[in-house]
Design a protein around this ligand. Structure first.
Ligand code: NAD
Length: 343
């Protein structure tokens, strides 16, 4: 029998999750809830996407707030809180709305698990593949955060280096595409209810005309997964750039033991060879950000920019913050179901 899923919030991440989950017959998205009241607009934005193109098997609206394509029939609801939805046939919720819902409310929902697509310190667990998936326990973890796109890309690399060389301190700069809470042209910034944003004035400026510096919650998100990787150990900031998707992280680490470039190269090559999930991909080609669009691997090491000097390691990582991150949400879901069944 298929696992019935409710998708809450069909924005950038929600739609990437939807499209990837449609490929997995084990999961059936039976409800999509979004505060967008226009079902015509919702179905249009699922069928047509400027970043990832047209959906081959398009949805159309059928009777009573249902949409349908050749394989799936999905009910559309339009409420602002999950406790207003009839959940009697739902096994799992994926909440990609960004709403910071009361955790106690989420815990009381009559479903097996709620997956949050944002870091959340009150969740039962924050999971990043390649970092702490072995701690995931379907019996005791009901509210499961799948962390952030940046932390998903970064933490497997930090863990790997730390296990071999012990990280003493470091710094990261994330270079991140623009997001839906930003402005197209200059305007006053209006606080987003779905995001914690510190740099309000900068986010009121035109996202298409500027590189916007801001703080990032990446390291805090890492610390929810593995406590060691916190803001005391690693400093951070971010540059928001006018591209649609694919981020990069410039990472500088100082380690207890010294390394050579060959040793660090081998570390990532060996990891890629032996990994169970699509995490590390080693790139030696002269590629640019759009070449990583729709890439499932989310810690793509660009070896052209790997630098190792004594106890300093400098890495450049790539990741598709929408599609790649959504693929990890789906992988975590599949892994959760697998260990739940004791396989
Ligand atoms: N975009 C990214 O690169 C990215 C990557 C990883 C994680 N995330 C996280 O995923 C979440 C969504 O981000 P996004 O970029 O997809 O945002 P988005 O603005 O594109 O999409 C959010 C969607 O949720 C809907 N929504 C808002 N409040 C709702 C509510 N109360 N109930 C139901 N639907 C609601 C909106 O109408 C919209 O369709 C955020 O928590 C974000 O931090 C985003």
């Amino acid at each position: 029998m298929s696992i019935k899923v409710l998708l809450n919030g069909a924005g950038r991440v929600g739609k990437a999750v939807l499209k990837q989950l449609l490929e997995h017959k084990k999961f059936e998205i039976t409800i999509i809830n979004d505060i967008n009241p226009y079902i015509e607009n919702l179905v249009y934005s699922i069928n047509y996407d400027s970043t990832y193109g047209k959906l081959a098997d398009k949805f159309k609206i059928i009777e009573n707030n249902f949409i349908k394509n050749s394989t799936s029939k999905i009910k559309i609801t339009n409420v602002d809180s999950l406790n207003k939805i009839d959940l009697k046939d739902i096994d799992i919720i994926i909440d990609s709305s960004g709403k910071k819902e009361d955790i106690n409310l989420l815990k009381q929902l009559p479903v097996n698990a709620v997956f949050l697509t944002h870091p959340n310190k009150d969740a039962d667990i924050n999971v990043i593949l390649g970092a702490n998936e072995k701690e995931l326990n379907p019996t005791s973890h009901k509210i499961i955060s799948t962390s952030s796109c940046n932390a998903t890309a970064l933490l497997p690399a930090l863990k790997l280096v730390d296990e071999k060389r012990e990280i003493l301190c470091g710094d990261i700069v994330t270079i991140h595409p623009l997001l839906n809470h930003q402005r197209v042209l200059d305007g006053s910034f209006v606080g987003s209810p779905t995001r914690e944003v510190d740099c309000n004035f900068e986010f009121g400026r035109s996202s298409t005309q500027n590189i916007i510096p801001n703080k990032t919650t990446t390291i805090t998100a890492c610390s929810y997964v593995l406590e060691k990787f916190n803001k005391e150990l690693i400093s951070s900031n971010s540059l928001r750039v006018p591209t649609d998707t694919v981020g990069a992280i410039n990472v500088t680490l100082f380690t207890k033991q010294t390394s050579t470039k060959e040793e660090i190269t081998k570390l990532f090559l060996d990891f890629e060879k032996n990994q169970k999930f699509p995490i590390v991909l080693n790139n030696f080609e002269p590629l640019v950000s759009s070449d990583f669009k729709k890439e499932r691997f989310t810690t793509i090491i660009d070896h052209r920019y790997l630098e190792v000097k004594n106890n300093m390691i400098k890495l450049l990582l790539w990741y598709d913050n929408e599609w790649g991150y959504a693929s990890k949400v789906v992988e975590i879901l599949k892994y959760y179901e697998k260990i739940k069944k004791g396989k």
